[in-house]
Write a protein that binds this ligand. Sequence first.
Ligand code: PHE
Length: 342
Amino acid sequence: MESKVKELTEEVGGVSIATPDEAEQFRLKYLSKKGILAGLFDEFKTLAPEQRKVVGKQLNELKQLAEQKFEQSKELSTNNSSAKKETIDLSLPSEPVELGSRHPISLVRASIVDIFTKIGFTVSEGPEIEDDWHNFGALNFPEDHPARDMQDTFFVESDSDEKWLLRTHTSSVQVRVMKNQKPPIRTISPGRVYRNETISARAHCQFHQVEGLYVDEGVSFADLKQTLYYFVHEMFGQDIKIRFRPSFFPFTEPSAEMDITCIICGGKGCPVCKQSGWVEILGCGMVHPKVLENCGIDSNKYTGYAFGMGIERITMLRYQIKDLRLFFENDMRFLSQFKSVI
Ligand code: PHE
């Protein structure tokens, strides 16, 4: 039996295992219950005690050798399979990288800001939840002005005596600027505003504005007109005509509304301009002396102009969009058309 064990030890030592199949064959042949080693152990039990001492040691060594071989082959096969998983197929095409796009309102807001900062305007921002004084009182709205009605304004419930509301225009930011800075002041205030309007293709309960303010010694209506001419030509091109119509705002005197030739029909008349050839794009005027005084500015020394426009309206004209609700619906088919990056 001694020589048999020796022979087998050499045989096992010489076996090379390369695949999981070969490992399994090895296990069945040598290590399974019916394998060669099990048979040898049975035979071992029949030996005389003095023989057992010698053969037992050899037999145990053979068993260890076989088990070791089998364990190593397992490692080999797991290494192999993980190596297979990590293999990179360099011929495969890469995942597509989708480019995002800016919201059209952000694009137009950025270009309006760009146009005004080029001629020295700063950008001011303020809170969307305002008190009555900043939104109405300081701006010379009388107590019973219809804009202060609940039908027009979203009031915010509060325990304080002060009335709080969602700002209806960014003129509230201009009040804050005039209170906190000394003239000369030349600033625009872009931001979101809220009005209690029925949602339709032309109106929404939330929209965006850019308002402008210039306060200094000797500022006149001619300065206002020239600044707005510059803005319209930068925004829509040199061929666009402009007209002013007298209007009324509590915070400006005199006040005007400004129209430009209809971009959609070129002034010939279409449903967008209601066949008039003109579309209104902003309100403006000379800051009312009372407003300057309310904000601590000497109205004998300083004058100023102000204007305010809706970014949605400008965007609709610039991209020929007919329904304002598209701006708030987040439909990717609409939004992904605006690829330009500013
Ligand atoms: N605040 C006005 C509005 O929201 C716009 C405006 C601003 C008009 C400044 C005149 C001067 O409609």
